[in-house]
Ligand binder design. Structure first.
Ligand code: KIV
Length: 272
């Protein structure tokens, strides 16, 4: 039995499974740097995802495809310096695991060794199961990711809701079973019908974390920059904005510029 959430000194995959068992919801957010990771960890977030969405929100690319393994390791290492309690999961970037399970293991080992993270995440089901098996056999915890998998955006051609048709929904359920049977500790379900996500959640031992998948999953994840309102040009229906940091930061920067130009900063107390 797990203790009170506030008393847990380190979230492990075991703790997450117990949370599922007890019906306690799991909160996950992305982070890519030391400063934000430290804030999230102190606030007692359960899981931090060093997402390859760093490619979009940190580097300004239009997709997650360009980010490299070295760049993901850099972000993950920065995050790890700010975290003591949360479980940290790192996305395996596009091209480091698809189609070659030896490469996949090599990439996963580099992430774990060089960043000190707790687990890795990979997109896909049956297509990547050999890589998932090989990584798990090395003792590395794996989180799957089904539904809208942004690394396949060129195959999908659009970011619309996935698995609304029966054929794709059946494949998703089968993929979830495969990942679960392989031993994945968790599965992200992105932008799929709520009913389907609830069905998968009941079916698998793995924790399910939804994004645009309704309230029936074991937990939720959002991209930090989206939920803080830093990024204002992305407004899908599933996104709840908890702040308008874009406006706050803009106001602060405009005030600073004004003060510098008016020779009001620094004042006498702000100098030596
Ligand atoms: O990279 C990412 O931020 C993600 C989440 C959207 C789940 O994979």
């Amino acid at each position: 039995m797990i203790s009170e959430p506030g008393k847990i000194s380190k979230i492990t995959t075991h703790v997450l499974h117990e949370m599922k068992h007890l019906g306690r919801k799991i909160a996950m957010l992305t982070a890519y740097d030391y400063s934000f990771a430290k804030i999230l960890d102190a606030a007692e977030i359960d899981v931090i995802l060093v997402g390859d969405s760093a490619s979009n929100v940190m580097a300004g690319h239009t997709s997650t495809l360009p980010i490299t393994l070295n760049q993901m390791i850099y972000h993950a290492t920065s995050v790890m310096r700010g975290v003591t309690r949360a479980l940290v999961v790192v996305d395996m970037p596009f091209g480091t695991y698809q189609g070659n399970s030896k490469n996949a293991l090599f990439s996963a080992i580099r992430i774990m060794k060089e960043s000190g993270a707790d687990a890795i995440k990979m997109e896909g089901g049956r297509e990547i199961i050999e890589s998932v098996d090989r990584i798990l056999s090395a003792g590395i915890p794996v989180m799957g990711h089904l539904g809208l998998t942004p690394q396949s955006i060129h195959k999908f051609g659009t970011y619309v809701v996935r698995a609304t048709e029966e054929k794709e929904a059946l494949k998703l359920v089968e993929d979830a079973r495969l990942l679960d049977e392989a031993g994945c500790f968790g599965i992200v379900l992105e932008k799929i019908p709520a009913k389907l996500a609830t069905e998968v959640t009941k079916e698998v031992k793995a924790i399910t974390i939804g994004i645009g998948a309704g309230g029936g999953t074991d937990g939720q994840v959002l991209v930090l920059h989206d939920m803080l309102g830093i990024n204002t040009d992305f407004s899908p229906r599933f996104l709840r904005r908890y702040h308008n940091l874009h406006e706050e930061v803009s106001k602060a920067v405009i005030s600073y510029i004004h003060d510098v130009k008016a020779n009001d900063f620094p004042n006498e107390k702000e100098q030596y």
